[in-house]
Write a protein that binds this ligand. Structure first.
Ligand code: PMP
Length: 407
């Protein structure tokens, strides 16, 4: 093996400027939706039911677009809202609504409830934590497993503490570890007894159709399971087309029980006289139906699967028999989670940065930016072209090898 320090000096001398930080679609992926920029087209503004999409109104969003997304988000069309471009905004606003106006089944609005806390499975998505940090909602961590959150721990926490009002879940191809919630985990989340009567599951199904293999992984239907268990109001389902069409100009969705949707639409009507239905129409015209959506996602897969394969190949070549270094092999989604021996993640990120390879800050996968083990590094390979992913990963390998050698 080459001397890690010499390899690192060589890496620095190469003067790289590469970025594996955020899960953004590449320009090529955005090009798959280039037709959207010309839609709905001059003179085309009527929805299937004759609605003039240019005007105000239609608070729940265009039915033909909701029909396309209802099956993959596992929400009945009538209980699905199509909104503006960001699901993160929907999650933020929904929690603001819950703070200011009592939820169906809530004894009080959350600002009057004293402490409000959410469970954050870790590693997880930094922007979920950011919403809670901003709104004064405490975060209580539980470990993730390959099948979803550690449910023994979740059940214990929610059973005894009424201030725990919710849990963050990315149930399919989770950010960052690619986990897929097992049917058993979904059933336990939907049916577990909670001390808080107004407990909510933030079901962020951001990667519902983002398969990296030809296997289209299915998860259990949380809304149906919750209703069957007598907890119909428990799940709030979110999703968006940010990584399907245009990340900055897509459509976000909210789905829940009828009581929750009625509560939500009433509050949403205070802040807007309706979502961007022209955008809904052009998305419906572009994707056409659920089959069109599947075909479109297959085209994404062809572009990004080779990048994930490159990450896996370079890590396997370097670390297949190195104790303490492991990584996920996601079947979908946007991330690979690299685990290094405790205490080394921030050193690897620092070394990489010095050599011109920017990684997501170590700790970002944990609340308040603090990974107590300092062991998790999130890799996001979709944005750079394949040759840059390969160069960046070769650099990451060198940095991990140097950090291990210096230990
Ligand atoms: N949820 C998860 C789990 C994500 O990874 C992302 C994007 N990185 C989002 C939500 C953001 O979605 P949107 O663009 O719809 O706000």
């Amino acid at each position: 093996m080459t001397d890690p320090a010499a390899a690192y000096e060589e890496l620095k001398a190469a003067g790289l400027k590469l970025d594996l930080t955020r899960g953004k679609p590449s320009a090529q992926q955005l090009d798959l939706s280039h037709e959207l920029l010309g839609l709905p087209g001059a003179g085309q503004f009527r929805a299937a039911d004759g609605t003039d999409t240019r005007n105000y109104g239609g608070g729940q969003g265009l039915p033909e677009l909701r029909e396309i997304f209802a099956p993959s988000l596992q929400v009945p069309v009538g209980q699905l809202v199509a909104w503006n471009n960001s699901s993160l905004e929907l999650m933020h606003d929904t929690l603001v609504h819950a703070l200011l106006t009592a939820l169906p089944g809530a004894p009080t609005r959350w600002v009057d409830a004293g402490r409000v806390a959410f469970i954050a499975p870790v590693p997880g998505y930094d922007r979920h934590y950011g919403v809670c940090e901003r709104l004064g909602i405490d975060l209580v961590t539980v470990p993730m497993t390959a099948d979803g959150p550690d449910m023994d721990e979740v059940e214990r926490l929610v059973a005894e503490d009424p201030s725990i009002k919710g849990i963050w879940c990315v149930p399919k191809y989770s950010n960052p570890d690619g986990a897929v919630y097992s049917d058993e985990v979904v059933r336990r989340l939907a049916s577990m007894p909670t001390a808080a009567p107004d407990f909510r599951i933030m079901w962020d199904n951001a990667y519902a159709v983002h398969h990296l293999t030809t296997e289209e992984v299915e998860i259990a239907d949380v809304l149906t399971l919750a209703a069957e268990a007598g907890n119909a109001d428990r799940p709030f389902v979110f999703g968006s087309t940010s990584k399907i069409t245009l990340a900055g100009a897509g459509v976000a969705f909210f789905g829940a029980s009828q009581a929750n949707v009625d509560w939500w639409l009433k509050l949403a009507s205070k802040k807007t006289i309706g979502p961007d239905k022209v955008n809904h129409l052009r998305h419906a015209l572009f994707l056409k139906d659920a089959a069109g959506l599947r075909a479109h996602m297959a085209a994404h897969r062809e572009l990004i699967a080779p990048k994930f394969a490159a990450v896996d190949r370079l890590l396997t070549e370097a670390f297949s028999d190195v104790e303490g270094v492991s990584w996920t092999k996601p079947r979908g989604g946007y991330f690979v989670s690299l685990t290094v021996p405790d205490g080394l993640a921030s050193e690897v990120v620092r070394l990489a940065k010095e050599a011109g390879v920017v990684l997501t800050p170590a700790g970002a996968t944990h609340p308040y930016g603090k990974d107590p083990q300092d062991a998790t590094i999130r890799l996001a390979p979709t944005l750079p072209p394949l040759d840059e992913v390969e160069k960046a990963m070769a650099g990451v390998v060198t940095c991990v090898q140097l950090a291990l050698a210096r230990r």
